[in-house]
Design a protein around this ligand. Structure first.
Ligand code: KG4
Ligand code: ZN
Length: 342
């Protein structure tokens, strides 16, 4: 069959990433993380955009080299057009545009949120892909969405956060506990040593399938302050129990809404993505739901679940195939959109 080679570029937040796909298989997947933000306890947009400018050429070059592909073999270039930080998106967008123009090949603009969902269609040995319809759950430092997915390009956001993303809830809680950024993985690590019911936190009341995490963060902040006034060594003595309690609460909030989504849609296939899907608490809860509720859950490889370009590449491939089938390549006029909706 026809071989399609897609070069994909992702630069929506703080990772500069490039990947090469041969049809739905990943030949290379390169990510340059920006360590610079660690000192600031969060992503600084101006610094992110400057780091993208420094990283983009080496990252793309490495992706092509690792794929053992000459740029002349490329069928199309796919890039993230949004949502994300505008200054960061622009670096990837202008690079992709000029690269495609130089090679005289099609340029495909890709929605980052759809890509998190469609990452499940990357062809991987031993990975079972979801079938339609399924519920996509994207949980990361930047996103918290529940999406009803009826086809590759037919999806609808049925729930999302009204304030902080779930990864932010982990990271901000970690900051309150003086843990380094990003604190999510550390909370997870210590949570496994503690008692999840040691300190009960209340879950926010939010309508429908939406989420809110800013109240939880405030609750944790006051809780820790109060405890420290009584015992300055509180965090030293109770770190693991506090982490376990925070994680238990966040996982319950997520699971409540996922259960509600299943109830409302009748769909029992759940495909999760985003950095927070690495969390051991959410993984255990989902696995348990497979036996107790008869769900089927899908967790892709970690490198396809955090921000990466392979997920942009798979959407690029699916789009390209669609355009070829419909014989409808126009000169696609594309630009960066920081608030792009699914
Ligand atoms: O997908 P990602 O790499 O980038 C964004 O799009 O944000 O997600 C990063 C987020 C951070 O908030 C990080 O703390 C969180 O994912 N994270 C975790 C875990 N691993 C990463 N949160 C909880 N438990 C983990 N094991
Ligand atoms: Zn993302």
């Amino acid at each position: 069959s026809q071989k399609t080679y897609i070069l994909a570029i992702e630069s929506s937040c703080d990772d500069t990433a490039a990947a090469v796909l041969q049809n739905d298989k990943v030949l290379s997947n390169v990510v340059a993380n920006q360590a610079i933000h660690q000192e600031y306890g969060g992503v600084v947009p101006e610094l992110a955009s400057r780091a993208h400018q420094q990283n983009i050429v080496p990252v793309v070059t490495a992706a092509l080299r690792k794929a053992n592909i000459d740029k002349k073999q490329l069928s199309a270039i796919a890039f993230t057009s949004g949502p994300g930080l505008l200054g960061s998106l622009l670096v990837g967008t202008s690079f992709a545009k000029s690269f495609a123009m130089g090679l005289d090949i099609p340029l495909l603009d890709i929605n980052h949120m759809k890509a998190h969902i469609l990452a499940h269609f990357i062809d991987e040995e031993g990975y079972d892909k979801p079938s339609f319809p399924f519920i996509g759950v994207t949980i990361s430092g930047g996103h918290t969405q529940i999406v009803r997915v009826d086809d590759y390009f037919e999806m609808e956001v049925i729930g999302e956060t009204i304030d902080d993303a779930v990864g932010e809830a982990f990271d901000k809680s970690a900051k309150i506990m003086d843990l380094p950024y990003p604190g999510g993985p550390l909370i997870d690590k210590y949570a496994q040593l503690g008692d999840p019911k040691a300190f009960p936190f209340t879950k926010p009341k939010v309508d429908g399938l939406n989420f809110s995490f800013s109240g939880l963060k405030t609750q944790i902040m006051y809780f820790v302050q109060r405890q420290q006034e009584a015992n300055p060594d509180f965090l030293k003595e109770h770190r693991d129990d506090v982490c376990a309690s925070i994680q238990y609460t966040i996982v319950n909030i997520l699971m409540d809404k996922i259960k509600k989504a299943v109830k409302e849609t009748g769909i029992t296939q759940i495909a999760i993505g985003g950095g927070v899907s690495a969390n051991s608490g959410i993984r255990t809860a989902l696995k348990k739901a497979e036996t107790t509720h008869g769900w089927k859950t899908f967790l892709p490889k970690f490198q396809y679940t955090t921000d990466n370009a392979a997920m942009i590449g798979i959407v690029g491939y699916l789009k390209y195939k669609d355009l070829v089938e419909k014989d409808s390549f126009q000169n696609l006029e594309v630009s960066a959109q920081s608030r792009l909706k699914i």
